[in-house]
Ligand binder design. Structure first.
Ligand SMILES: *Cc1c(COP(=O)(O)O)cnc(C)c1O
Length: 399
């Protein structure tokens, strides 16, 4: 309050506009929303929870409530509301419908044996959401307050967090531009939303099942100067057709290549890792660097790099990996494990790449997978609170 008053007075001193309008504007603009002011509208018609969340289909079964906050460029953020999941009304000219002004995040809530609920490194998601919002011309917010609001939503729907150390509750915060205009411009109204759905284990059989990939250099996911480093919805829609092509050619996902060198950037919507013996004969865990802006900065990616550096058992390098590195490495038996990483699966082993009509067998499973398995266990131990670690953030206290 004091600050906005001071700002108002300061502007008044140097401005010739009507003082009343200015004071009103400075007083009213809210730079963030806060968890302490949430308005609660509880459902009178709670849905049955899935009988066995270990088997529910990803992304279609939502919890009872959602978080919704409107923003406009004059008043800033409105009061956050937790209310039953329902349709959001949009004018057909809404910016998001015309120009895909949308960004999203993805994280999960995990129930611990002590009946507390953890989320994993949520501030990392908020930092990514913040720089993505800036790139998308969507409004800024207070990162900690958004975490607090998400925790409140989890608390309201806490019985939806599976009572299982294999399943979890997927959390999808997102923001859309809602300005009614078919002119291409910075949206002057926007809405922040968060919805959640229980998810079973990524590997239904309980053990790793490796995936096969189509590596077709004629497709690119993101280019230099583009928006590949941002979780913007507009990055993902155009990949569906390539994914369908991969499926029609007998592969489960796409291995995204970039440039003449055919650098390996990502696997579907996961970061890419290779554990191998490199050109110099050193055991190395390698993943693409972020400096070109064509790779998404995954929280799981960051966590694996940090963990592996703590183990200190082999080199951990952010470096380019090309298709040629893979082919040479395979010919010389130097490739040990290959996997994708992301919130959904933690680590996902790769056993085959279809590249220029040749199937390359990747011996990930024959090699354990030792490193992938260890990452999977160590992260799950942190997420489900089996070990105590600063990366686990208590969203809901014991109850
Ligand atoms: C979300 C995402 C990832 C993984 O990020 P996490 O924070 O680890 O879940 C990797 N690559 C792409 C393209 C993504 O969209």
């Amino acid at each position: 309050m004091a600050y906005t008053w001071m700002k108002a007075v300061q502007i008044l001193k140097f401005s010739k506009s009507t003082p009343f309008a200015l004071v009103q504007q400075c007083m009213a603009h809210r730079d963030s929303f806060k968890a302490s002011e949430i308005e609660y509208h509880y459902t009178s018609n709670p849905k049955p929870k899935p009988a066995n969340s270990d088997f529910c289909k990803f992304g279609t079964n939502f919890t009872d409530h959602m978080l919704m906050v409107d923003w406009d460029d004059v008043k800033g953020w409105e009061i956050p509301v937790i209310k039953p999941v329902e349709d959001v009304g949009l004018h057909p000219a809404a910016s998001v419908l015309q120009f895909s002004t949308e960004l999203y995040e993805g994280l999960k809530a995990y129930r611990t044996a002590r009946n507390t609920i953890n989320i994993f490194r949520p501030m990392e998601n908020m930092k990514r959401m913040e720089y993505t919002a800036e790139r998308a011309c969507l409004p800024a917010f207070d990162k900690q307050e958004v975490i607090n609001c998400i925790c409140e939503l989890i608390r309201v729907d806490k019985e939806w967090v599976p009572y299982s150390q294999k399943a979890s509750l997927y959390i999808r915060p997102f923001m859309i531009g809602t300005e009614i205009s078919i002119a291409l411009k910075r949206p002057n109204t926007a809405t922040f939303l968060c919805i959640m759905c229980p998810v079973g284990p990524y590997f239904a059989t309980g053990t790793f099942s490796p995936i096969s990939l189509l590596a077709d250099p004629s497709y690119v996911r993101a280019g230099k100067g583009g928006v590949g480093a941002y979780k913007l919805g507009s990055n993902y829609g155009p990949t569906i057709m390539v994914q369908a092509e991969a499926a029609s050619r007998g592969c489960q996902q796409v291995l995204w290549l970039y440039g003449k060198e055919e650098k390996i950037t990502e696997v579907g919507t996961m970061n890419f890792f290779m554990f191998w013996i490199n050109e110099n004969g050193d055991k190395e865990l390698a993943t693409m660097p972020l400096d070109e802006g064509i790779v998404l900065s995954g929280v799981t990616r960051r966590s694996l790099i940090d963990l592996a550096r703590q183990w200190g058992e082999f080199k951990v390098t952010e470096r380019k990996i090309t298709m040629n590195d893979v082919v040479m490495g395979l010919n010389e038996n130097r490739v040990l494990e290959m996997f994708g990483t992301g919130t959904a699966c933690v680590v996902c082993p790769i056993d085959r790449i279809l590249y220029k009509d040749t199937n390359l067998h990747i011996p990930t499973m024959e090699n354990g997978p030792y490193v992938a398995g260890r990452f999977y266990k160590e992260l799950a131990d942190i997420q489900y609170g089996r070990v105590s670690h600063e990366w686990a953030y208590t969203a809901v206290e014991e109850y």
